[in-house]
Each structure stands twice: as C-alpha cells, then as structure tokens.
Design a protein around this ligand. Sequence first.
Ligand code: BGC
Length: 244
Amino acid sequence: MDVLGIDFGGSGIKGAIVDTKTGLLKTERHRIETPRPSTPKAVQVVILELIRHFNWSGKVGIGVPSVIKNGTVLTAANIDKSWIGQPINQQLSDETGCEVVCINDADAAGIAEVHFGAGAKVKGMVFLLTVGTGIGTVIFMNKHLVPNLELGHLEFKDTTVEKYTADSVRKKEDLTWKRWGKRFNRTLAYYEAMFNPNLFIVGGGVSKKMDRFIQHIEIATPVVPAQMENNAGIIGAAVHVAYL
Ligand code: BGC
C-alpha cells in the first residue's frame, strides 16, 4: 500500500509517498519550512499544501515531535504549546478529507529502522535516538515498539539529556564535534547503564555526520547510524498507518 508519509520537524515539514511494503520512497521528498510559531492552524496549512503537492487522497501518516496518545497530543517541547490537548488525528482528517494518523516522530523513525534499516537483523533490544532540535528516544524489543518514551527529558548533568546533547544545543553553544561527541558519549553511557540495549541507532541530522564524532564514542554497546538518515521519520510514519 502507498501512504503519504510526513515528518513534522523543528525546522522543516517533509513529505513523500512511501511504498510501505518495501519502505522505499516513490517520489522525491518535498520540504516546507516549519511555520513560526508552529501553531496547529499554521501547520495544518502546510499539511494541506503537501497533500496538494502530491495530489494525494489516500492515507497519511505523520511523525510529530510530541507524545501522541489515543490520537491526542499530550506534549509540545519544541513546537507551539497550543498543540497540547489537540485531537490531532481527528482534526487533520476532518480538515484534509484524508485518513490521517499521527505518531511520535522518534517512534516513526524507529519503525523504519527496525523494519528496513540498521535494526532489521538485530534480535533483542534496539534503542534509537533522534538527535536534532530535540532528542527523541524509542526502544524496540524484537521489533515490538514501546511508544512515547520521553527519555530525552530525563534529568542529567544538572539539566536534561536534551538540553545537554541535542544538535540544536551543539549549534547554539558552538561546540566542536569533539566536545559535543564527548557529551553524546556520556549520554549514551547513561542510557547504556539504565537500559542495556543490544544496539544503539543514531538518527536525525547528526546521523550523516557520524565520522565527525564516532571516535569519541567509547561505550561497549555497538552504535550505528540510521540507514535511512533523514527519511526514516517519513517512512516509519507511513508504515505505521499501513499496519494499523
Ligand atoms: C519531544 C519528543 C520528540 C523529540 C524529537 C522531544 O523534545 O519531547 O516527543 O520525539 O523531541 O523530536
């Protein structure tokens, strides 16, 4: 089945048609800047624009940087706070006339990677982090998703993991890759001690730049980049809808 997958990120909202059997994109990606402020109304306009761009009337899966429970947004760490409490699936389905199903963005990226990417052949526990504007986290046990884990917000080093290690923090504090890499290593060591996964997968923007910091990663558990790089969110959000 083909599904329009959309990744709602802190800086861009990207979409493509996905063949959910193979996990491959059937079209080029189309990207629109995330509106500021990223209110439900403003984002709705972008989603409609993407649907129109692809001339789409089928199912739509969207990865959202929030906890999504029972079709409702419960958190909004890096998007406009007015999202909290919104019945997002219902609203976007009504507004677009398409069947829209939203899922946490890290959960979406993880679904893509455990089915088609870096975690496809791994038995046991896979821990995926998306490192971008925020830090998204997701754990799979033998490909079974534990949804809406918000481990980026755990308290760490007098702040939170996200405020210590996000890629946006690296840019804002102008950290060298060495300094940031050491921070990231401490974060991974912390998660390793707490969760003991078989594999860490690193997704988000930094997954393309692993060569800049991998030499600072010293934990025992293997750490690999997401194979689908920035497309994982789009693919996973689409696949999630197809398998509902
Ligand atoms: C949000 C998560 C999201 C992550 C990555 C965090 O700030 O709380 O829900 O997965 O950012 O976008």
